[in-house]
Design a protein around this ligand. Structure first.
Ligand SMILES: [Zn+2]
Length: 398
């Protein structure tokens, strides 16, 4: 007998694009959505436990489309954190992921870890050993020896890249993460320096596609971003320096932009962790100015976008608030954090909306984020695969 329950919702935002439904019901059976809609048209099956979320806003679980499980940016030296041995990394990951889940993230795409840590943690979550979002894993990042994102592993030349990608897949990776340009949190790279040649990027994309998967590229702008999009990378991560021409190319090739605002703007982000490193802080200040000036235009350009916290655990609300600050409507911000994230991560058949047949991943928020996006900070109920996580540490709910 599969457990059944009925969630009574003050308002239901199902993520399909339909108008929000006041006074709704969601029926969950065997970890999946069985029905969802207006209460007077959605019968409660006999024997179903009724969960009263009647004063709350219910929506699909959040999808953090770019994060790392083991990093805490406020501690500084992110590459150094990745280089630590697997046990401290795993313990930190367990603490981080609990925060993410409590704040409403039910799926997280992991964008590089050493030691194949993300695969082991994914399995521990699935086995119920630790609590956390469902993980989609990159395993080792594919980066050049002098590239951004280099912790322990690096891959130079077409053959090494092919071998690296194949080994990642053999060990359980879901997608490829490659580093096409420099980044903010490293000292030896500039944001628009191109890390890889066209042949190297093509090799990574080809290996991913032959395995039925896809490649994502860390790229801020310039030739590395352009090469990645031209060679078929399907998601561009960060894109802080993307120009109108580069965004037009992304639209043309149907590449997704995965925005990561909190690590750059939040006071607990790079600013806190790397305050004593002038080379990094200079890049932070510069990138902030560029993003503030260009993103209202980029986000209104028609490019498809999703969001990720990039290790700012528990801060998906900040990502969505920033979208709204940059001119995105609250409805579209919620879609970026749910359905569009699922589409960018290619898991939209399973998650991202509250529809019959999908996994029962949903959250309840106190307040209405469509009129006050700040309400996303008040996630007070989290269900993943039909299991409620309402007694997470730090939660005062009875
Ligand atoms: Zn990242």
């Amino acid at each position: 007998m599969t457990p059944r329950c009925a969630l009574r919702c003050g308002t239901l935002f199902d993520g399909t694009g339909a108008e929000p439904v006041p006074n709704a019901l969601v029926i969950v059976e065997g970890g999946r959505i069985a029905a969802a809609g207006a209460a007077d048209r959605t019968p409660v099956p006999s024997g179903a436990a009724v969960i009263d979320l009647g004063h709350r806003f219910v929506m699909p679980g959040l999808i953090d489309a770019h994060s790392h499980i083991s990093i805490v940016p406020g501690k500084g030296d992110q590459m150094g954190q990745l280089r630590r041995p697997p046990v401290p990394q795993a313990l930190q990951a367990a603490a981080n992921l609990r925060r993410d889940l409590a704040a409403g993230t039910t799926t997280m795409r992991v964008m590089a870890e050493e030691h194949f840590l993300d695969v082991d943690v994914r399995e521990a979550i699935e086995a119920g050993v630790v609590e956390g979002p469902r993980l989609l894993c990159a395993t080792r990042g594919i980066t050049a020896s002098n590239g951004h994102g280099r912790a322990l592993s690096s891959f130079d030349g077409v053959d090494a890249i092919r071998r690296g990608v194949r080994e990642n897949f053999a060990r359980g990776a879901d997608h490829v993460k490659l580093f096409a340009t420099g980044g903010v949190s490293s000292t030896a790279t500039t944001l628009n320096a191109s890390g890889y040649s066209r042949d190297e990027i093509r090799a990574a994309v080809e290996e991913a596609e032959r395995a039925g998967k896809y490649a994502a590229a860390h790229a801020h702008g310039g030739p590395g971003l352009r090469l990645a999009v031209e060679e078929g990378v399907s998601t561009i991560e960060h894109g802080a320096l993307a120009t109108d021409d580069e965004v037009a190319l992304m639209i043309d090739r149907k590449a997704w932009l995965v925005c990561t605002f909190s690590i750059l703007f939040h006071p607990d982000g790079i600013e806190k962790g790397d305050a004593s490193r002038p080379a990094i802080m200079e890049k932070v200040r510069w990138a902030r100015g560029v993003v503030e000036a260009s993103f209202p235009r980029i986000l209104g350009s028609g490019v498809r976008f999703a969001v990720g916290t990039d290790s700012m655990h528990g801060l998906m609300a900040y990502e969505l608030e920033t979208l709204v600050k940059l001119g995105v409507s609250p409805t579209r911000a919620l879609l970026a954090g749910t359905r569009w994230g699922a589409e960018a991560c290619r898991v939209e058949r399973e998650i991202g909306t509250i529809e019959p047949g999908k996994r029962a991943d949903l959250i309840a928020v106190d307040g209405n984020p469509l009129t006050d996006i700040g309400a996303m900070r008040r996630v007070s109920y989290v269900m993943k695969d039909g299991v409620a996580y309402d007694r997470l540490a730090g939660r005062t709910e009875p």
